[in-house]
Design a protein around this ligand. Structure first.
Ligand code: BES
Ligand code: MN
Ligand code: ZN
Length: 496
């Protein structure tokens, strides 16, 4: 989609007129360039009570002079940036063929931050994953053009805001493409190849791939144990944006299970197809790097994707195996379906080698977080209140809610209760499973220095199992992968 911001001027294509319930009148918007006949019809429809601007309502008027969609925004007092983002998304979602591909949205009822959110919503929602649909010749989709008309004093601000939103959306859409990709096409080394292609011809990015053989050599026992049952071998992909721009870069780590069958502890077959999304942590990581690169971020950031396919086979790991991770810590694998934490054990330890200012990991880690929070919020665990707060505030600002959960010593104790290894990969009971998983990950966050009483590197774990797909209330997404937290993390890194 192309967004062009300007003042109230001539109308191109279909006119879009958002209105509040409490200001629903033909005087509630700027009339410039709207034909008298069309204005009369708008007046008539409103006077007759056929359009009251209730939230979510819309009415199309069509005459010889043009087309207009009246859009209801509900009560002005209830309208915030989230509502504006949803309204922008719903313009794109609900548009019909009859409305054409060119729209003029006259946003006179919104303040500048609402107008920016409205346009961001439209940009984000303009996405479809139709790569594998055979197209008819007359099916050619045309690019949308959206003329946003705003008060003169807001034009500059909105040009900047939509520019950034467009850049960030390239990252969100990349994350969604990766998440939606079928697991036969997107396997660990295919992801690595995509990362390499992405880095080519970008002078300020390095991508390094740690192959399966190299990972074995380095002692990445978690990553290798999970991936060894598949013919499509595991790998670690390390993105380095602006590698020459300073020390103590933040590091983002993503779980990238391109398909999670559960391994030998195999999953039931219902909805197993959804386990293609089990790499959404790594999809977000890649999308975030794209968003930061596209928006011209100048500081150094590192991202680590832990890629593996969790398959049952004669060379798969077994329940009962003991593995040695990159950290040197040993894990008794009691359930091969608790595999995300095994690959992240190595990814988090590796992250610590960069002496980072902070680490955030993203993972579709547990079904239990979907039980706890549904599809409405990501679960967060952190050893650092400041980092946790920055994440929560950024999530709120972007409409990508992040909800803090407890990181409790009792769960650490449970995960350390193996009789024969340092750790076990599942807790002794099923209760509080997401907390146990987070407590397990904490064991692989390095300390800030070698001092005996040094604190751990500030770290937060985001369990995105409920928010990476299937979030029906996420209006930016029709279906499939959501690209969750590309925006929240971009916001935190660039604005906080
Ligand atoms: N990828 C799954 C978590 C998951 C399940 C995400 C359903 C979204 C929807 C993860 O690898 C897993 O299988 N976790 C197990 C852990 C258990 C064996 C301790 C789970 O949640 O059941
Ligand atoms: Mn699993
Ligand atoms: Zn998994």
């Amino acid at each position: 989609m192309e967004v062009k911001v300007d003042g109230y001027g001539n109308v191109a294509g279909t006119l879009v007129l958002p209105m509040f319930e409490d200001e629903c009148s033909s005087e509630g918007f700027d009339h410039f360039g709207v034909h008298r006949n069309l204005l009369n019809m708008i007046e008539h429809v409103i006077d007759a009570g056929d359009f009251r601007a209730k939230e979510g309502s819309s009415l199309t008027i069509h005459n010889l002079e043009g087309k207009v969609i009246l859009v209801g925004l509900g009560k002005s007092a209830d309208f915030d940036d989230d509502a504006a983002r949803n309204a922008g998304a719903s313009l794109v979602a609900k548009r019909g063929k009859q409305h054409g591909c060119e729209f003029t949205a006259r946003l006179s009822c919104m303040n500048s931050s609402q107008a920016a959110a409205y346009l961001e919503g439209a940009i984000l929602r303009d996405y479809s994953y139709d790569k594998y649909k055979t197209k008819d010749d007359d099916d050619e989709d045309e690019d949308l053009v959206l003329h946003a008309q705003v008060a003169t004093e807001n034009i500059d601000l909105l040009i900047t805001a939509t520019g950034t939103a467009t850049q960030v959306a390239t990252g969100v859409h990349l994350a969604r493409d990766l998440g939606n990709a079928p697991p036969n096409h997107l396997y660990p080394m295919a992801y690595a190849q995509e990362a390499n292609n992405w880095a080519k011809e970008k002078s300020n990015v390095d991508v390094k791939i740690i192959s399966y053989e190299a990972a074995v050599e380095l002692g990445m026992g978690g990553l290798c144990a999970v991936g060894m049952g598949s013919d499509r071998k595991p790998c670690m992909v390390i993105f380095d944006l602006n590698p020459d721009a300073g020390n103590q870069p933040p590091v983002i780590v993503g779980k990238g299970i391109t398909f999670d069958t559960g391994g030998i502890s195999i999953k039931p077959s219902s909805s197993m197809d959804e386990m293609k999304y089990d790499m959404h942590g790594s999809a977000t990581v890649f999308g975030l790097m794209q968003a930061l690169w596209a928006s011209g971020h100048e500081k150094r950031i590192i991202a680590i994707s832990c890629m593996a396919e969790n398959m049952p086979s004669s060379n798969a790991q077994r329940p009962g195996d003991i593995i040695t991770t990159l950290s040197g810590k040993t894990i008794e694998v009691l359930n091969t379906d608790a595999e995300g934490r095994l690959v992240l054990a190595d990814g988090l330890w590796k992250a610590g080698e960069y002496n980072p200012s902070w680490i955030v990991d993203l993972a579709t880690l547990t079904g239990a977080i979907v039980v706890a929070l549904g599809h409405e919020a990501t679960g967060m665990w952190s050893n650092d209140d400041d980092l946790a707060k920055r994440l929560r505030v950024s999530g709120d600002a972007c409409g990508e809610l992040i909800w803090q959960m407890p990181l409790l010593p009792a769960f650490e104790k449970e995960m350390k209760s193996s009789k024969i290894a340092d750790l076990q990969n599942i807790g002794p009971t099923r209760w509080g499973g997401s907390n146990g998983a987070a407590a397990f990950l904490k064991q692989f966050v390095q300390k800030q220095s070698d001092d005996e009483d040094a604190k751990q590197i500030p770290w937060a774990h985001l369990d995105i199992a409920g928010t990476a797909w299937g979030a029906k209330t996420n209006k930016m997404v029709a279906h499939g992968a959501t690209g969750i937290h590309v925006r929240a993390l971009h916001h935190m890194i660039t604005k906080q």
